[in-house]
Design a protein around this ligand. Structure first.
Ligand code: GRF
Length: 220
């Protein structure tokens, strides 16, 4: 109702199932927004096909064409400056971004990470959780800061680790949650329920002091 559409750029490296969930939510008008471009560092990413099928601009900036991380970041940064999105969504984007780029788009970059942050930053979170006999694992959506998997967490989802679970079964459970969670955060941003400011986040009119716990059955 009168609110400007959230312009979203999605960065991917691979399959893009999270991208698909966002595309679907935008098309179903669950998000007051539009995906203005999908950028991949990998020309073979299946997510590019998904974008194409839905007539979304796709761009490849291959990290292999650059001799160092700074040059790749610079090219990506120029592209992002040109696109000027409200929000940049990392959805299985498997490159670490340098602090210059992150600072240039401060508090505009979101990431989804397969753990209950701040636990299990980094890779192989599923196997590490199993090896440590954890009883639950999860998914976090957070603001990207220069420190890896470290920025303020917006939304956190959990699922149980049961006897017989493997890294791959946990990944499946995680994906099912992820696909609901990213759209939810973008829905909140698009309708003004969530505001990300320089030092604070406001959620439904109140200062957000701790991560929101995702409830699988909610409809809001
Ligand atoms: C997701 O599981 C996410 O947690 C991680 O990368 C994966 C991307 O999957 N950051 P997809 O490309 O969205 O299918």
């Amino acid at each position: 109702m009168g609110m400007k559409k959230l312009s979203i750029v999605v960065l991917i490296s691979g399959n893009g199932s999270n991208l698909q969930s966002i595309i679907d939510a935008v098309e179903a008008k669950q998000i007051n927004g539009q995906i203005t471009a999908v950028i991949s560092n990998n020309a073979d990413a299946y997510g590019l096909e998904r974008a194409k099928k839905h007539n979304i601009d796709q761009q490849v900036i291959s990290h292999k064409s650059f001799t160092c991380r700074e040059d790749f970041d610079h090219a990506l940064s120029q592209k992002l400056t040109h696109l000027n999105p409200d929000i940049i969504v990392l959805a299985g984007f498997m490159r670490i971004l340098g602090s210059a780029l992150i600072q240039a788009f401060e508090r505009k970059i979101l990431n989804i990470h397969p753990s209950i942050l701040p636990s299990y930053k980094g890779l192989n979170t599923f196997q590490r959780a199993i090896d440590n006999d954890e009883k639950e694992h999860g998914v976090s959506i957070h603001i990207v800061t220069p420190e890896l998997d470290d920025g303020p967490v917006i939304l956190r989802g959990r699922y149980p680790i049961l006897t017989g679970d493997t890294a791959s079964s946990l990944q499946g459970k995680g994906h099912r949650l992820e696909h609901k969670m990213y759209s939810k955060v973008l829905r909140w941003l698009g309708q003004g329920d969530l505001q990300i400011n320089a030092d604070t986040m406001i959620f439904q009119g109140k200062l957000l002091e701790r991560p929101i716990e995702f409830e699988d059955n909610e409809t809001s």
